[in-house]
Design a protein around this ligand. Structure first.
Ligand code: ADP
Ligand code: MG
Length: 680
């Protein structure tokens, strides 16, 4: 059977099961095979009943020595009790709301059980798993895989589905890794790896299988990056960078020397004759936009187009506006392209990009759609890179043969991770802020300070400034202690600040509504903007001097720092107030760390130190693909080997379109979740 057949090809999986499985992103037999257990339970140890220890799970074989009886204890709750025994002792098993066990446990017959002897009731065990002694091996006497589950799908059901899928097509799994690599790194073959990961015969074999699958996954990832790197070493026509003075003269301020250095790095890349791949890292407010603008200016003056890709529509609109203002007098035409533009506006923008009348496109993911084409794309800038994956970078790059690539990020990331995610990039760091910025004073307060904070908000607004109030959720939902933006905005307007103008901004508003809310705030038609984290990235309203964050414990440190970066953008003194009543000492330490410093890089280090790299790697902030088997933290050695093997393999491959590379290319594409990485 083909490994990419839909799951419904298996006996016992109908449309409804298929729908439930889809919630786990399982659609094909291959998805089932690649749905690796999240943990394993050791059920290999059998003990006589007399040797069972309280609180320690174990297997045992026993005979049913009483008729099972079900009692209804109260509405919605029944208990089934049965006694079992072996020659060393006797046990009472209790099953809660599982009255069906009455029919599966027969008086006088032997079963194998797995369970934990109760800590509090001597001689009792609750809800053990069991199976007939003569047909055992599914839930006892084995290393049991534990899968992540969803409603309607139990662990034993998943075990059955996966086993059926293995039986149907394990032999048809293509071998991704070249023979030479299998040999050199001593890796087990595909089929064995997949069978073992789901049904390990021993812990040793499981470790072998896992190593192979992790290697495979990293190999695929590294091969994808190697393909991109191979591309990026391509020659490019050198740009002349001699006309920058008009650009510098048009700026409303003089650049900091760190900005100038980054621009010089970029210009020398553009002039070099090979494709630029550069990361500009600079703290919130360090002025990265102008650095990107300089690169765009140079590109356009050399007769090519530039694309500026940002993670949110709000940011796109804002950048489009400020870049148009800067560039229009310089004869450069800027167009905005986002998902929520009207069809007509989109059509017009696309037409201007396709025929070259527009020089600079500013947009969101909409720039990635297949029907956007450029007449001559020379530069791609992605802003706030942590929201964009390696994949999107590749995808946009694929829209031109060899565009220069500029990546802007405020998120400092650990070195190992940088090597993986940005291994193909050169780095410029903007290490200073524009002059005149004052420290943003940050305070951690509890609910008892609410009145004083409200008075402070009133005072700031009375003196002509504006405030953000950020809430963790949009509508009242999960828990009532969380301020939700919509409800909170209403309350504040009605009951707290009737004399002030309160606006609302959240991610679920329509594009035009969002734009209107932000524009009103920027024009000072509202005094207070109640928002979710949609304001986190890049929003720039220099008149805002106060950032209040509700339920601050819900946010990561780096995220709080980004939010705080929305104020202190002008010359007025700015403040950030973190509301939290959390008792958790570790969380309080995190929030206090934020109060103590304004340095984003120091905060990221703190975040790492306090939360550990696990959190960082797990947070998906880095834009790496989601690995199924691999764990970036634990498997770094395997990663290095796989990188090595993949780079040799890609280097030696003359033609990745050759049939023997088809399975590898398919997996690269799936991992990067996109179809048009340019493979040659
Ligand atoms: P980043 O993207 O790095 O967070 P921005 O590019 O949004 O920062 O710049 C933050 C603010 O600082 C903007 O209002 C911008 O106009 C201003 N700015 C940038 N560079 C300078 C400079 N050299 N001098 C004064 N203000 C600057
Ligand atoms: Mg920015």
């Amino acid at each position: 059977m083909d490994v990419f057949s839909p799951v419904t090809a298996l006996a016992g999986i109908g449309p409804q099961r298929a729908k439930q499985l889809e919630k786990l992103n399982i659609r094909t037999l291959y998805d089932l095979l690649a749905y690796f257990p999240r943990a394993y339970e050791d059920r290999t140890v059998f003990l006589p009943i007399g040797a069972l220890e309280q609180g320690t799970p174990a297997c045992f074989t026993a005979m049913v020595v009483s008729e099972p009886r079900t009692a209804h204890v109260r509405k919605g709750m029944d208990i089934t009790r049965v006694q079992v025994a072996d020659e060393t002792g006797k046990l009472t098993l209790t099953f809660f709301n599982q009255s069906y066990v009455k029919d599966s446990l027969r008086y006088g017959e032997s079963y194998r059980f797995h369970g934990t002897l109760s800590d509090s009731y001597a001689g009792q065990m609750a809800n053990p798993a069991f199976e007939p002694a003569d047909r055992a091996g599914l839930v006892t006497g084995r290393i049991l895989p534990i899968y992540a589950l969803t409603a309607g799908i139990s662990n034993s059901l998943l075990i059955k589905c996966v086993q059926n899928a293995l039986a149907a097509c394990a032999g048809a799994l293509p071998e991704i890794l070249p023979d030479s690599v299998l040999h050199q790194y001593n890796l087990c073959p595909t089929r064995m790896a997949y069978e073992t990961i789901h049904r390990p015969a021993s812990w040793e074999l499981l470790a072998e299988a896992r190593r192979r699958l992790v290697f495979e996954e990293f190999f695929i990832f590294s091969a994808g990056l190697a393909v991109m790197r191979k591309r990026s070493r391509l020659a490019a026509q050198p740009y002349a960078c001699t006309q920058m003075n008009a650009f510098y003269a048009a700026l409303p301020f003089s650049l900091t020397s760190a900005q100038q250095q980054a621009i010089d790095d970029i210009l020398s890349d553009l002039a070099s004759g090979t494709v630029m791949n550069r990361l500009v890292q600079g703290d919130v407010g360090s002025g990265k936009t102008m650095v990107a603008a300089a690169a765009a200016y140079c590109t356009v003056k050399n007769g090519h187009q530039a694309a500026f890709m940002v993670p949110t529509e709000i940011l796109a609109e804002q950048h489009a506006k400020s870049l148009s203002a800067l560039f229009a007098p310089l004869g450069i035409d800027v167009v905005l392209l986002t998902g929520s533009l009207s069809a007509a506006a989109k059509r017009e923008a696309k037409a201007k990009l396709a025929d070259g009348t527009a020089h600079l496109a500013v947009g969101t993911h909409a720039l990635l759609t297949a029907d956007v084409s450029f007449s001559d794309l020379g530069l791609v800038v992605t802003d706030e890179q942590h929201r964009f994956g390696v994949a999107q970078r590749a995808q946009l790059a694929a829209k031109a043969r060899t565009p220069h690539l500029l990546v802007m990020s405020a998120t400092p990331i650990p070195r190992t991770l940088a090597l993986i995610a940005y291994g193909d990039l050169d780095v410029s760091v903007i290490s200073e802020l524009p002059p005149g910025r004052q420290k943003i004073d940050t305070f951690l307060v509890g609910e008892d300070m609410r009145r004083r904070v409200n008075a402070f908000i009133r005072r700031e607004c009375a003196s002509g400034h504006q405030a953000y109030i950020v809430c963790p959720a949009v509508e009242d939902g999960e828990t009532d202690t969380l301020k939700s933006a919509a409800v909170w905005a209403e309350t504040l307007q009605q009951a707290v600040f009737p004399e002030l103008r309160v606006g609302l901004l959240h991610g679920r508003m329509k594009g035009a509504e969002k734009e209107a809310a932000l524009a009103a705030f920027a024009r000072h038609e509202t005094d207070i903007l109640v928002a979710t984290t949609v304001v986190e990235v890049g929003v720039d309203v220099p008149n805002a001097t106060l950032m209040v964050i509700e339920n601050a414990e819900r946010f990561g440190l780096s995220q709080l720092h980004q939010l705080r970066g929305r104020v202190g953008r002008g010359s007025a003194k700015s403040y950030c107030i973190l509301f939290s009543d959390t008792k958790n000492a570790e969380t309080r330490a995190r929030l206090k760390a934020l109060c103590a410093t304004n340095d984003g890089f120091a905060i990221a280090e703190q975040d790492l130190a306090l939360r550990g790299p696990g959190d960082f790697f797990g947070s998906r902030q880095h834009g790496l693909p989601a690995f199924k088997a691999a764990n970036l933290q634990m498997d770094l050695d395997t990663l290095r080997q796989a990188q090595q093997a993949a780079s040799v393999c890609i280097q030696n491959a003359d033609d990745l379109a050759a049939p023997e590379f088809a399975p590898l290319c398919r997996r690269i594409e799936a991992l990067f979740a996109q179809s048009d990485i340019a493979l040659n």
